[in-house]
Ligand binder design. Structure first.
Ligand code: SF4
Length: 476
């Protein structure tokens, strides 16, 4: 058993990051999943979504087949998220529910992976309260999942393996992409920013950028397979390359990817600290870089931003925001905002509202501060009552909804280009996808349009989506 250690996870060194590009699944395990099925439930961010695609590919290499629900699965994997207490609760709730299934189906293997196992309190809780879990592995142990699975089946005893380390780069993991027409591409792993509230630098290790050769090769292969859109992934993509010794940074990467024959390039997520003029210029100069950016504000109070260790002031944020709007006039800018950070007073919250009113974001994700054990913010005095925080969130959300609707209104009666993902979950006659500005667009259409980029005239505007009608079915 290898348990996590947050103190260890916090350490950073100048050691060269190992690049592992010879991953193979042992021949002996290639039939492990014969006549067996798996089900993966993913929580949290795109990084986790993409990790699940890698886990699915490993399982399918061992001949497991995907199950359509948990009941018919022989292996259930919960790929977890640590970012907020709510995410924890959802996962623990699910583990609780799965106990019944495990009792009915003795051979069922329950796996917990992702960020939660990287936390000491989580693993300790599992060991005392959730002993029916069979495998627990961390973000640095994904490469060993096939072996852990085989060992668990073989020895019929739980396997816990969580390394707390700076991490490696895995170049040769298989991936089972959810869509053929759009793909996640990791350009880096980990984070060294240590924002005071955030557990990610502890759960995902130090910043490790992939080299351009591997990234470009992966994207070219995706293009050859018919992919229209790539989303470059990293905890802070703007810092890409700063850990490499190549003098090659995010703007350079954007320019190189921009030259490829791909219709759409997106990236996430960003940090105002590292978003420089070169990046803005690259966005301006490459038509296939989509006019949308997610730029977390977190707070509009300088005092709170400093406590959060965000390393920018509200004025710097506002300046950057309008610089982007000026450079790319049709850009949509979304953001994240935390209310009720320890020590946030009414005055600080008013300052956040003032920034929101000034920027009028195209949309935003808003949250009440969630204490993450082991982070500096967890030890900060927090006297604000929960009810007060909820009232602040409600007030903020009213503004955000109004600005989101306002942003959507600009598209009424215009034609937007939509990359069609599939049918809407709510109505199987309605297709759904995203516009260039990252607005969700729904419209009536045929199945054959899935995976294509089509023009849609917007006829109806709602707060969280647009509705329209197809103008033409011409491809591309
Ligand atoms: S930049 Fe800050 S918020 Fe984002 S992952 Fe790194 S530490 Fe967390």
């Amino acid at each position: 058993m290898q348990k996590p250690n947050l103190q260890q996870a916090k350490k950073r060194s100048n050691k060269k990051v190992p690049v592992i590009n010879d991953f193979v699944i042992d021949d002996k395990l290639l039939a492990l999943g014969l006549h067996k099925k798996y089900f993966i439930k993913t929580y949290g961010c795109q990084m986790n979504e993409h990790d699940s695609e890698k886990i699915a590919a490993m399982l399918e290499k061992m001949q497991f087949q995907v199950a359509s629900n948990m009941e018919e699965a022989d292996v259930i994997i919960l790929n977890s998220c640590s970012i907020r207490e709510n995410a924890h609760n959802k996962v623990f709730g699910m583990i609780g529910q799965l106990k019944q299934l495990k009792e009915k189906k003795e051979d069922l293997i329950l796996v917990l992976c992702g960020c939660m196992p990287q936390e000491e309190i989580v693993v300790n809780k599992i060991l005392t309260k959730y002993e029916w879990l069979d495998i627990v592995f961390g973000t640095h142990n994904i490469i060993n999942f096939p072996n852990l699975l085989a060992k668990c089946i073989d020895e019929r005893k739980p396997q816990i393996e969580v390394f707390s380390k700076e991490g490696e780069i895995y170049e040769s993991l298989p991936v089972k992409r959810e869509y053929p027409h759009k793909a996640w591409v990791n350009i880096m792993f980990g984070c060294d920013k240590f924002c005071a509230y955030c557990i990610v630098p502890y759960t995902r290790g130090k910043q490790r950028s992939r080299t351009r050769q591997y990234i470009l090769k992966e994207i070219k292969k995706l293009i050859a397979g018919g992919c229209w859109e790539v989303t470059l992934l990293g905890q802070n993509v703007n810092a890409y390359g700063k850990d490499l010794s190549e003098n090659y940074y995010f703007a350079d990467l954007l320019n190189d990817i921009g030259k490829l024959d791909i219709a759409r390039v997106r990236f996430m997520t960003n940090h105002p600290w590292d978003l420089n003029d070169d990046i803005i210029k690259a966005m301006q100069q490459n038509d296939n870089i989509m006019p949308h950016i997610h730029l977390p504000l977190q707070s509009g109070s300088d005092r709170i931003l400093q406590k959060m260790n965000r390393n920018y002031t509200k004025d710097e944020y506002i300046k950057l925001y309008f610089k982007l709007k000026e450079a790319i006039p049709n850009i949509c800018i979304s953001t994240d905002i935390i209310v009720g950070f320890p020590g946030e007073e009414a005055k600080d919250f008013s300052e956040t509202l003032a920034v929101v009113n000034k920027c009028q974001f195209d949309y935003a994700f808003t949250f009440i501060f969630s204490k993450r054990e082991g982070t500096p913010a967890a030890a900060m005095a927090d006297k604000t009552l929960r009810e007060e925080k909820e009232a602040r969130l409600q007030k903020l959300n009213k503004y955000i909804s109004a600005y989101t609707l306002n942003s959507n209104m600009q598209f009424k009666n215009t034609t937007v280009r939509v990359l069609v993902d599939g049918f809407s979950a709510k109505n199987k006659a309605v297709l759904t996808g995203y516009s260039e500005n990252m607005k969700r667009v729904n419209f009536y259409g045929d199945e054959q349009l899935i995976g294509q980029i089509v023009p849609v005239k917007i006829t109806e505007v709602k707060t969280w989506s647009l509705f329209g009608e197809i103008v033409s079915t011409k491809k591309g």
